[in-house]
Design a protein around this ligand. Structure first.
Ligand code: UTP
Length: 307
């Protein structure tokens, strides 16, 4: 199906407190995952799904994000003079990727507040939101499917992941009804970071959304919620219970590989999982990793002073 959505919004203005002190002077979205910053995988995903118009919501320390997607003539000239075409192509890949736009959030008052900053740029059309620290493995495409569902159902679409019930309080949780498609559910309610016993299901919202523009008016009237932040989940809850006015909310259940690079353990797993499958690194990394893992099994646990 041909989708008519062309704009992607990537919020990248959070404080990244889980990654301090690394994120004291740089955004967590710039942390390298192998040899590319996390944010580049996210922009690549948007472009692969046909969204070439990318608006990034930035905050303090925004310069490195903007610089990464801009030209660097001195470096280009140097690599050209050296005849290093391979590295030159890598440097230019992020520059030529998309039609990039930036807006600052000012105070990071929550994901909903960040998305409100996109109102002028987006206008009155549906748009995608991709969280800048959430990587979806390109071998398991998700966004294209969500865009198709948006066109088909005229609704707002979120991505859902089945998580272990004990983990649901880290996410927004969805109450759902089945549809005739096993991968798509109708969302009847949403709760941000519920206590395990209050969660309506173990279906967690992950960082991909295709939103109808009505979300802006709703966010403007959404009071700060959990953590005193303006929560996108609260606006989605309003949309879920007002299908006549807003088209309602549906979830596409994602069963592929996803890496939350804003979480330290997931970040480490992301690097290992991506590197072992790369042609340039995998052949050396795999045998080393096997040997390392075997050593873990017999050896005593020694706490490292390098923390
Ligand atoms: P997170 O809750 O993971 O980001 O938001 P955070 O607050 O930076 O993380 P911690 O918990 O302090 O470590 C998910 C996404 O929304 C963006 C973040 O940059 C991230 O991509 N975000 C969050 C904003 O753009 N603005 C905000 O006010 C909050």
């Amino acid at each position: 199906m041909i989708n008519r959505i062309t704009k992607a919004v990537i919020p990248a203005a959070g404080l990244g407190t889980r990654f301090l002190p690394a994120t004291k002077a740089m955004p967590k979205e710039m942390l390298p995952v192998v040899d590319k910053p996390a944010i580049q995988y996210v922009v690549e995903e948007a472009v692969t799904a046909g969204l070439h118009d990318v608006l990034m919501i930035t905050g303090r320390n925004k310069n490195s994000l903007e610089n990464h997607f801009d030209r660097l003539p001195e470096l280009e000239a140097l690599l050209e003079a050296k005849g290093d075409a391979g590295r030159l192509a890598k440097v230019n890949a992020s520059t030529d990727l998309a039609d990039m736009h930036y807006v600052r959030q000012g105070d990071p008052r929550g994901l909903g507040h960040a998305i409100l900053r996109a109102k002028m740029h987006v206008g009155d059309e549906p748009f995608a939101v991709l969280l800048g620290d959430d990587i979806i493995d390109p071998r398991d495409p998700l966004l294209g499917r969500m865009l198709d569902e948006q066109v088909k159902r005229g609704a707002t679409i979120v991505a859902l992941l089945e998580v272990d019930p004990s983990q649901i309080s880290l996410y927004g949780a969805a109450a759902v009804e089945m549809t005739d498609d096993p991968d798509v559910v109708r969302i009847t309610g949403l709760v941000e970071k519920p206590a395990v016993e209050d969660a309506p299901s173990n279906l967690a919202i992950i960082g991909r959304y295709v939103l109808r523009p009505e979300v802006f008016g709703i966010l403007e009237n959404t009071a700060p919620g959990k953590g005193n932040e303006i929560q996108l989940t609260d606006a989605l809850q309003t949309m879920a219970v007002t299908p006549e006015e807003t088209g309602g909310v549906y979830g596409v259940i994602f069963r592929g590989r996803r890496y939350d690079t804003g979480d330290r353990l997931d970040y480490i797993k992301a690097i290992v999982q991506i590197a072992v499958d790369r042609a340039d690194l995998g052949p050396d990394l795999r045998p080393w990793l096997r040997e390392f893992a075997a050593g873990l099994e017999d050896g005593p646990v020694e706490t490292s002073p390098l923390d």
